[in-house]
Ligand binder design. Structure first.
Ligand SMILES: [Zn+2]
Length: 303
């Protein structure tokens, strides 16, 4: 387009992508948004395409996650609103792809990133995990990455916060959870194009199997809080302290983790009340606390 070609920034940078690529990325992003997936524009390096409005803030400035109302907060910009998405892409003419935010309603997307680099066979590791922990990898959207990797899209329950992790489950398996994003199919990066594996692109993302979800729920912080010996009555006390020590952003995660451990130790019924009380003291509502504990009971078989 003539206007874009005359843009000084474009003239200075011969590697700038043609406007057609940005338009294509926008079209893919809008169709993902139609499926309820919140998106942001990505550059060809797979990083958010919009620069932060706080680049020149002093390091002491409070951290902003978009409260200022400006775009440029990475995954916090993610939206399913077509008007908002068009505005984000209009501000990012160099975008060649889009990211899909994980952990957001309605899907609470969990990305299982199976790497093929560094000699690991992540797909085989996942199959092995499935055999060992007795779950089946469901039919779901699979996205092929330019390096030969695979992204499986799964959905999580609304009351479980799955954190991002790299190689924690097995070598080569990265998890994209709350605060993370997946490169969407149709995105073009410097290494090539991401595309849905034929026959999977139109599947609804499948629910994460409970046994896998338990492996993805956060590990305990190495803290004084929870003594390891479940024989001790102190165990329950430690779990309650662990929940009480949560600050905003980890309250549900900690409660869920503590409740799972309580049910696994056979203390679930005894500790459900104290754990719920502790969680409400950190600011969760009674209803949120009860429903998180109930999902821990379901996932652990309520033992
Ligand atoms: Zn801001």
């Amino acid at each position: 387009m003539a206007l874009t070609d005359r843009h000084p920034a474009h003239r200075r940078d011969p590697a700038a992508p043609p406007a057609a690529l940005a338009t294509l990325a926008l079209a893919h992003a809008l169709s993902a948004a139609e499926r309820g997936l919140a998106v942001i524009p990505l550059s060809r390096t797979k990083l958010p395409a919009l620069p932060s409005p706080h680049r020149t803030d002093p390091p002491s400035a409070p951290r902003c996650h978009g409260e200022c109302g400006l775009p440029g907060h990475g995954v916090h910009d993610a939206s399913t609103d077509p008007r908002r998405i068009r505005a984000l892409f209009a501000a990012a003419p160099r975008a060649t792809g889009y990211g899909i935010a994980c952990g957001l309603p309605p899907h609470h997307l969990i990305g299982v990133d199976l790497d093929t680099k560094s000699g690991t066979n992540a797909s085989a590791s996942l199959r092995e995990l499935a055999l060992r922990h007795l779950f089946t990898v469901p039919d779901t959207v699979v996205v092929a990455t330019p390096s030969g990797g695979r992204h499986l899209w799964l959905t999580g329950p609304p009351d479980v916060v799955v954190p991002n992790s790299a190689g924690r489950l097995a070598p080569g398996i990265d998890i994209r959870g709350a605060g993370g994003y997946l490169v969407g199919p149709g995105s073009r990066t410097e290494h090539g194009v991401y595309s849905a594996v034929p026959g999977t692109g139109h599947l609804p993302p499948a629910a994460c199997p409970p046994a896998l979800l338990r492996l993805l729920s956060p590990p305990p912080r190495p803290q004084h809080a929870a003594p390891a010996d479940p024989q001790h009555g102190r165990h329950g006390h430690g779990l309650v302290q662990f929940v009480l020590g949560a600050h905003e952003g980890q309250r549900n995660t900690r409660l869920f983790w503590a409740a799972c451990r309580a049910y696994e130790s056979g203390l679930g019924d005894t500790l459900a009340g104290p754990l719920a009380d502790a969680a409400t003291r950190t600011g969760l509502t009674e209803h949120e606390a009860r429903s998180t504990i109930a999902s821990a009971a379901r996932l652990t078989g309520g033992r």
